[in-house]
Design a protein around this ligand. Structure first.
Ligand code: NDP
Length: 334
């Protein structure tokens, strides 16, 4: 797979252009600051809220979203995916000019056809594989986080160049950018959320319940399973050393226990469930379900969240959290 590095690209395609960052939240703040520090002219388009105040305090010209559309050559829609369509339809669509660039940090709304920009604009994706706060922090340390880059519409003939310049401007090419498509970025992102995390979440909850049922103190169960930060450290070492190679950091007893039980704990039919999860995403069925959920006022989502927050593990983990905070082993919270 080809990785695009800092030395492979220039900022030229963005120079002389005004970038309008819409939304000053996780990604908006990080991308606006990084682009400005890279010498790009950035304005912030915002509804008037705490984010707008912060952007002003941090030296940006902040204006209503409609005004940002008019003033900017390239617009980054860095507001929550759930509100993008409404904001696009009510404020952006009628103001788009031929030759403008529409940038996203996640392909969802374009890929699933929830936003359909006119053919006269470039539509690009620069999707950092990291939380906004870390995107900013690593940039400040002269480093960067990886990003996916894609082009959905190339009206100007320069969309790819602009997307790569954007990736450089936010510092992503310092780590490396990977060219992909809106479809792949969206599907793989949703698959990680729906194929991997549900299994981990359920496994931690069930493991907690089994330990407590067997007489282990709840606080100790939560501490052991994830509360001490050791689990997070293992994930970090997976990224650093490799999924399997990081196991060498653990005792041989631990390695044998993990390797010899891996198949038994997640039997072969899990593969079919993962395939089905991917198919649900690719067919658009998940997107339809999520749209219906949003339109009906998030009733099921709220109920699921309430149920998860009522689980006793939320109380049992308090002690571990205090101990973890005192330990300082994993650095600051995001
Ligand atoms: P946030 O939830 O942090 O966005 C919050 C900002 O969106 C607010 O500060 C506000 O901006 C604006 N906003 C919220 N509601 C509205 C509304 N109804 N109308 C107008 N503006 C509104 O978003 P994220 O940064 O988490 O996500 C932005 C995009 O980045 C998404 O596409 C997401 O998938 C993608 N992404 C996010 C990552 C992350 O780090 N969280 C990682 C990679 C991609 P203001 O303050 O200016 O008013």
């Amino acid at each position: 797979m080809q990785v695009i590095r800092d030395e492979d690209v220039t900022l030229d395609a963005l120079r002389g252009k005004t970038v309008g960052v819409i939304g000053y939240g996780n990604q908006g703040r990080a991308q606006a600051l990084n682009l400005r520090d890279s010498g790009i002219d950035v304005i912030v388009g915002s509804i008037r809220d705490a984010g707008a105040e912060l952007a002003e305090k941090e030296g940006f010209r902040v204006c209503p979203i409609a005004e940002a559309c008019e003033a900017a050559d390239a617009l980054a829609l860095l507001i929550p995916d759930e509100v993008q369509r409404e904001v696009y339809q009510s404020t952006i669509a009628s103001r788009l000019r031929p030759g403008q660039v529409l940038d996203f940090a996640h392909g969802y709304n374009i890929h699933f056809g929830r936003i359909r920009p006119p053919e006269t604009v470039d539509v690009i994706l620069v999707a950092p594989r990291m939380l906004g706060v870390k995107l900013r922090r690593s940039f400040e340390k002269s480093s960067g986080v990886p990003a996916y880059v894609a082009v959905a519409q190339d009206a100007s003939g320069k969309a790819r160049e602009i997307a790569l310049a954007w990736a450089k401007g936010i510092g992503a090419t310092r780590a490396g950018a990977i060219e992909t498509t809106f479809a792949q970025e969206t599907e793989i992102d949703l698959f990680a959320e729906q194929g991997v995390w549900p299994i981990i979440l359920r496994d931690l909850l069930l493991s907690y319940e089994v330990l407590v049922e067997a007489g282990f103190p709840p606080e100790m169960a939560a501490l052991e399973l994830y509360g001490s930060g050791e689990t997070a450290e293992i994930f970090l070492q997976m990224a650093r050393l490799g999924l399997v190679r990081q196991m060498r950091l653990h005792s041989q007893t631990s390695q044998y226990g993990t390797l010899s039980r891996a198949e038994r704990m997640l039997p072969e039919d899990a593969r079919d469930r993962l395939r089905a999860a991917l198919e649900e995403i690719r067919s658009g069925r998940f997107a339809e379900e999520w749209s219906e959920e949003q339109e009906s006022g998030y009733a099921r989502f709220e109920a699921l969240r309430r149920q998860a927050e009522a689980h006793e593990i939320n109380r049992a983990e308090v002690l571990g959290r205090e101990m973890f905070e005192r330990s300082g082993v994993l650095g600051e919270a995001p």
